[in-house]
Design a protein around this ligand. Structure first.
Ligand code: ATP
Length: 245
């Protein structure tokens, strides 16, 4: 089991946002983290990558918490944030080399892994450019290339599909499929439900900081008592729960 979240409650300062969140992402599985704006997806991710501390509950990667082995925990996760984080004074090459150092990668091997990705993303001729000046989609591609050149065991992608052109979405999904085939696990938070339905093995539906439903599409259909429903149908049904007519 790559990632296991047990009874996680947490949030910011004194404000609890997540309540008893419980789910896991097994090796070789792609899990979609789904929920309305403010449901707690990014907060869950911030807890997993160690930016926030659990108020209670536990997050384990390969059976170990961040506190038990911080370096191994951090190197086992590659994260693509919703908003690209780039240093204004570093070139693309320097950004990539920084990631290589952070993940203790062999430089030659890492550059060999990167070449086809950079070519696909049309970044191969821009190594000496400053990505802080790139367009939003190009910045996202830099973050994706940096994450996917690592040998992480868990890839976390926060809202990957909104700023990318359709070709780049395809390329990203190919990268996800390749990592999955190699046995890594992927957690992606997204509002693009049709793409999630087609590309994730299972789903965690968050509502108001709690897991409202979890499982494969078929399992969700049983839980929700909505045979043949799409992910979109079930999402809308969950959204309407508790609302007055
Ligand atoms: N830095 C912060 N300090 C305090 N509260 C925050 C902070 N960031 C988010 N929140 C609150 O936590 C709750 C969950 O927000 P979160 O960003 O996790 O939602 P989300 O599901 O990722 O939403 P979106 O789809 O809009 O990205 C919201 O009520 C939000 O206002």
């Amino acid at each position: 089991m790559a990632l296991k979240i047990s009874n996680l409650s947490g949030g910011y300062g004194q404000t609890p946002v997540l309540h008893d969140v419980d789910f896991s992402v097994a090796d070789g599985r792609v899990v979609g983290l789904i929920g309305l704006n403010g449901a707690g997806k990014s907060t869950t991710i911030k807890h997993i990558i160690g930016l926030l501390q659990p108020r209670s509950g536990k997050i384990e990667l390969n059976g170990k918490t961040l506190a038990q082995d911080e370096r191994a925990y951090r190197q086992a996760i590659a994260y693509v944030p919703e908003t690209p984080v780039l240093y204004p004074d570093l070139t693309l090459r320097e950004h990539l080399e920084l990631t290589m150092m952070a993940y203790s990668l062999d430089k030659d091997q890492a550059w060999a892994t990167l070449q086809p990705m950079l070519k696909k993303f049309r970044l191969d001729t821009k190594l000496d450019w400053f990505p802080d000046n790139f367009s939003k989609g190009m910045k996202q591609k830099v973050m994706i290339a940096a994450a996917f050149m690592t040998n992480a065991q868990l890839y976390i992608i926060d809202e990957p599909f909104t700023g990318l052109d359709p070709v780049a979405v395809h390329d990203l999904l190919d990268l996800v499929a390749a990592k999955k085939a190699a046995g890594a696990s992927v957690l992606m938070s997204t509002h693009v439900l049709a793409t999630a339905q087609d590309n994730a093995d299972s789903f965690v539906l968050l509502k108001d900081g709690r897991v409202r439903a979890e499982g494969t599409l078929d399992q969700l259909r049983v839980t929700m008592q909505m045979p043949a429903a799409s992910l979109d149908d079930m999402y809308m049904a969950i959204t309407r729960e508790g609302q007055s007519e």
